[in-house]
Design a protein around this ligand. Sequence first.
Ligand code: 1PX
Length: 215
Amino acid sequence: SAVIEEQKFSLQEVLDTFKLCLSENQDVYVEHYVAGWRGLVKFMNSLGNVFTFISKDAVNKIQILVNFLNGENGSHYVTIQSMVKYELDNQLVDLDKRGSHPESGSRTLLRLHRALRWLELFLERLRTSTEDSKTSVMCADAYNESLSQHHPWVIRKAAGMAFCVLPGRPTFFEVMNVGGAEKVVDMLGDAVPMISKVYQITEDLYSQNNLLELP
Ligand code: 1PX
């Protein structure tokens, strides 16, 4: 059973991936960013089929970035900073409206970046929650405060329905497979600042380049 234990998925490993994102000079590695999202998707899928409409879009966006990373210009896609510079310098981004580059790396990553803010807010709520807190409420509050502002009504509606069937806090903690509630709180105390940092660096980069509203 020790072997089975080892193979079991833990959210700790996933969140640790985000630690690997930052280089010495505060650049963000696309490879680890994408790996972090892969792990989150895996976690979400283990919660049930209702969440696949959400994970499908994330998977699609992850794949777009992986294709760039493995493509012939992959060396420009090593960090978010180099990706943005390369795509802007070579007019590879639709800036005002969708045109000939509807799936640029920059606009694709922006969608995940906005979702990362939701994750940060949700995990922080989870961290400070009590036994009787509802995951659905924490999730919805975090969403309404962040990602929802970028979604049309129909997506907001569907997301709201998905939140309602989220498992309760005890099951949620169990699926995270980190240990007891205390361990989860410790782990989140460690992970959330790291995620915030990655988020803030990306946010500043996009803001400086006026890219926060990419279509
Ligand atoms: C311990 C907590 C871990 C939870 C991990 C959950 C990972 C969540 C992954 C969510 C990724 C969502 C990416 C959404 C990107 C996006 O905004 N896409 C939209 C715009 O894209 P476009 O290419 O058209 O400009 C797109 O329209 C999205 C459609 C799918 C619905 C998105 C609903 C987002 C809800 C986020 C909350 C997830 C709740 C999961 C519960 C654990």
